[in-house]
Design a protein around this ligand. Structure first.
Ligand code: 5RP
Length: 220
């Protein structure tokens, strides 16, 4: 079975978590795209969606699913998003698609975070996937030096300007054994807007698509 088929399985399984007449938070990426396509079948049951990126907004609008401003709707019952890596505590690396800052905001504003992924995303230790950080352009060199001091190898993502007008540095060579500590440490570097570690606010449920079906993991 292809990884796309496994992503699709996880995406379809997330529909079970949606109650009637709610506003839903929706992430970004290829797995989420399958989720949005599936969501269009039950859009009549939704009050609307808060989107985490321009790309997701476009896809939602193409399906005529109403997109709402987070400021207008307050806390959300549910956020559904993918991940680049997940550990067994359901702490994540995200931001492969460059949408980490808005994803973090919508996740923080949601009561429950259901993460959807194919089985290749499950790891013992986070960090093989280079950790994305969103950086204010004038701080690029400063942030790069601070990351080098901490043992990371920052690489500027080519041809990438985020939806917020910022840059992405991808940090290679990290073995993130204490994700929450790393998240707090990197959050404190001036010029970093958001870190692609979701450890302080991990997922609550992980739906992993596998050839044998969907494996469900819960946090804690
Ligand atoms: C985007 C993300 C995505 O959730 C992550 O990159 C996984 O993407 P995909 O579902 O395409 O594998 O964090 O910023």
């Amino acid at each position: 079975m292809s990884s796309d088929d496994m992503k699709k399985r996880a995406a379809e399984a997330a529909l079970e978590y949606i109650e009637d007449n709610v506003v839903l938070g929706v992430g970004t990426g290829t797995t989420v795209n399958y989720f949005i396509d599936a969501l269009s079948r039950i859009k009549h049951r939704l009050d609307g969606v808060v989107s985490s990126s321009e790309a997701t907004t476009q896809r939602l609008k193409a399906h005529r699913i109403p997109v709402l401003d987070l400021n207008a709707v307050g806390p959300l019952p549910l956020y559904v998003d993918g991940a680049d890596e997940a550990n067994r505590q359901l702490q994540l690396i995200k931001g492969g698609g460059g949408a980490l800052t808005r994803e973090k905001i919508v996740a923080a504003a949601s009561d429950r975070f259901v993460c959807i992924a194919d089985r290749s995303k499950l790891v013992d230790i986070l960090g093989k996937f280079p950790l994305p950080v969103e950086v204010i352009p004038m701080a690029r060199s400063h942030v790069g030096r601070e990351l080098l001091k901490r043992g990371g190898q920052p690489v500027l993502r080519e041809n990438c300007i985020t939806d917020n007008g910022n840059l992405i540095l991808d940090i290679y060579n990290l073995q993130i054994r204490e994700p929450a500590k790393w998240e707090m440490e990197l959050n404190n570097i001036a010029g970093i807007v958001a870190v692609g570690l979701f450890a302080l606010r991990p997922a609550d449920v992980l739906l992993l698509g596998t050839p044998d079906g969907v494996r469900v993991a819960h946090a804690g």
